[in-house]
Design a binder for this molecule. Sequence first.
Ligand SMILES: [Zn+2]
Length: 121
Amino acid sequence: MTNKKWRPATGRRQNCLTSNSSIAQRIQNVKLSMPPIIFYMDELDRFEPRHDHGWVNCGICPFHQDRNVGSFTVHMDSGAFHCFSCGAAGGDILAFYRLKYGCGFMDALADLEKGVGIWTH
Ligand SMILES: [Zn+2]
């Protein structure tokens, strides 16, 4: 987990709420800076998308003991995800991050913002 391209090293979480950006702006910034294909490349095993638009098959589902490649799909434009086997689903990369790491929305946003900072440097 520590060798991920964009994941920040552990450290004290800064309080991003004092920034004058609105939450909506911050979400938009994260999504613009980290396209779903970049995000899922790091998060999923055997991620080999055939194309970068629409729904693509993404190999093994991270949310259940998946042995059949083919149940987990990701939408390359929105970042939405869906597993046909266990029913895990969400509308964007933030939803995926929250589900996978069990954190709240603001924590997910802050983590992804830090990731974007590292990724874009
Ligand atoms: Zn699943």
